[in-house]
Design a protein around this ligand. Structure first.
Ligand code: PXP
Length: 246
C-alpha cells in the first residue's frame, strides 16, 4: 500500500528568525534541506499579522521548490489576492484569530457556505487546489462537500491533545470515521495538527489519508538532531581563532 505523502510546515523556523529580527534561520534554506531529506511538500502559513512567515519567504519558496507548496490561510480577500499572485499548489483554508498560538479548530463551514463560496471560487478558477481544514465532524464535512472543494484536512489536534490512552483511542476513531465519511462523499482527505514522532503512525496508517501535514514536531526534532554538529562548528571557530593569533 502506498504511504501517505508528507508536507512539512516550516513556520516555526520563521518564528525563530522573527524573534530576533535576524536574517537567519531562513525558512527557505530549511525548505531546501527538507526537500533533500525527502519531503513530498512544504507548507507555510502566512498569517494576517505576518508573525512568522513573510511574503518574501513565500515568493522565494514558490520560485525554488521542486515539491508542491501549500499555503495555509484565512479566506480573506487580501489573502486570496496574495495566493493568486503566488500560485501555490494548494491553499488550505483555516480559521485565524490574532490571539491564538496556533490554529485552534477547523474552519466552521456549515451555515457559512454563501460567505465562503466567492473566495473559494476565485482560488479554484486560478487552478489552485483548495482544501478546508475541518474538525472530524460529519456536518462540517458535508458542508465542505457542498462547496465543491477537492480536499479536506481533518484536524488531528484533539487526538494529539488527548489526556489518556482511552481518550486518544476515541479521538483516533473520530478521525478515522471522518476520513472514511469524507471519502464516501467524494472528497480527498489530508490530516494534520499536533502530530509528532510518537503519535503520527496510527493516523498515517489510515488508508483514506493522502497527505500528512506536520510542522512543529519536525522543526523541534531538527533542533535536536542538528545540535551536536552546530556546537562542534562553533567550537571549531573558537579553536581556530586562537591558532591564527599565534
Ligand atoms: N495543518 C494545519 C491546517 C495547521 O494550521 C497546522 C499548524 O500550522 C498544521 C497542520 C501543522 O501543525 P503542527 O505544527 O502542530 O504539526
Amino acid at each position: 500500500m502506498t504511504p501517505p505523502k508528507l508536507s512539512v510546515n516550516i513556520d516555526h523556523v520563521a518564528t525563530l528568525r522573527q524573534a530576533r529580527g535576524t536574517p537567519y534561520p531562513d525558512p527557505v534554506d530549511v525548505a531546501v534541506l527538507a526537500q533533500l531529506g525527502g519531503t513530498d511538500g512544504i507548507t507555510v502559513h502566512p498569517r494576517e499579522d505576518r508573525r512568522h512567515i513573510q511574503d518574501r519567504d513565500v515568493k522565494l519558496l514558490k520560485e525554488i521548490l521542486q515539491v508542491p507548496l501549500t499555503l495555509e490561510m484565512a479566506l480573506t480577500p487580501a489573502m486570496v489576492d496574495f495566493a493568486l499572485q503566488i500560485q501555490p499548489f494548494a491553499c488550505t483554508l483555516v480559521p485565524e484569530a490574532r490571539e491564538e498560538r496556533t490554529t485552534e479548530s477547523g474552519l466552521h463551514v456549515a451555515g457559512r457556505e454563501k460567505e465562503l463560496e466567492p473566495g473559494i471560487r476565485r482560488l479554484r478558477n486560478a487552478g489552485i487546489v483548495v482544501s478546508i481544514f475541518i474538525d472530524a465532524d460529519a456536518g462540517q464535512i458535508a458542508a465542505a462537500r457542498s462547496l465543491d472543494v477537492p480536499f479536506v484536512e481533518i484536524h488531528t489536534g484533539p487526538y494529539a491533545l488527548a489526556a489518556t490512552p482511552a481518550e486518544q483511542e476515541r479521538e483516533l476513531h473520530q478521525v478515522a470515521r471522518a476520513a472514511e465519511f469524507a471519502r464516501e462523499q467524494g472528497l480527498r482527505v489530508n490530516a494534520g495538527h499536533g502530530l509528532h514522532y510518537h503519535n503520527t503512525a496510527p493516523v498515517a496508517a489510515l488508508s483514506a489519508i493522502e497527505w500528512i501535514h506536520t510542522g512543529h514536531s519536525v522543526v523541534a526534532r531538527a533542533l535536536l538532531t542538528g545540535m551536536e554538529r552546530a556546537v562542534r562548528e562553533m567550537q571549531d571557530i573558537l579553536r581556530r581563532a586562537r591558532m591564527q593569533n599565534r
